[in-house]
Write a protein that binds this ligand. Sequence first.
Ligand SMILES: CC(C)(COP(=O)(O)OP(=O)(O)OC[C@H]1O[C@@H](n2cnc3c(N)ncnc32)[C@H](O)[C@@H]1OP(=O)(O)O)[C@@H](O)C(=O)NCCC(=O)NCCS
Length: 202
Amino acid sequence: MNYNHSFILEHNAVMRPYTADVAAYCSPFSCEDNDLDEFFSKDAFLYENELLGKTYAWINTADPSKILGLVTLANDSVKAQFIANSARNRLQRSVTNAKRGMNYPAVLIGRLGVSCEYRGKGFNIGSQILDFLKGWFRSFDNKTGCRFIVVDAYNNKKTMHFYEKNGFKPLYKTEQEEREFLELKDGEPLETRFMFFDLKLK
Ligand SMILES: CC(C)(COP(=O)(O)OP(=O)(O)OC[C@H]1O[C@@H](n2cnc3c(N)ncnc32)[C@H](O)[C@@H]1OP(=O)(O)O)[C@@H](O)C(=O)NCCC(=O)NCCS
């Protein structure tokens, strides 16, 4: 398989589909999040078999046993008619001829993790992975149209900050709006925030 230049992150990494063979060859991956580590060690392959998600690995070319980061992607869409007016306005602000009933094609970041070995060292692997995905889904040779990257981001300051600094916005401006949309009961935690990145914008 040929990997063109855009597959290479600044930190000397190459992107490959994350198969069981790749996982078996590489050292165990940990991003210090038990749910994500567990997903990447088992469920990622089940998702792949069921065509529910495709996982990609960025591998250190200087030491191919090291995985820098993993991301699981799936097709998704945002159905404008099912979201609250304020959220729809935020989403459609820059869409020409936006219509209430539009169904916007999107790609979902189902899981994302950067190895704890490579975090906090100024490599910005997570941001580089997002930059790569933005370019990839804007590419002229995409098989389908895709307007947004979406993610259910962990609802904590660090994760929200990470996505916001990379140009993502919460679809619901406030937690209250999102809670109402999800019909959460009092005391039920809002564990994730739905965030989007508009691929049409620079
Ligand atoms: C979130 C994550 C993918 C970001 O990758 P990264 O390589 O650390 O990101 P970058 O270096 O490009 O950006 C770092 C920024 O992300 C923030 N951040 C978010 N979560 C962080 C974490 N667990 N550890 C360190 N920094 C984190 C930092 O505050 C930092 O902000 P700053 O640049 O203003 O100082 C990575 O930290 C990770 O795998 N975390 C655990 C799993 C997780 O939370 N995944 C997201 C699920 S929605």
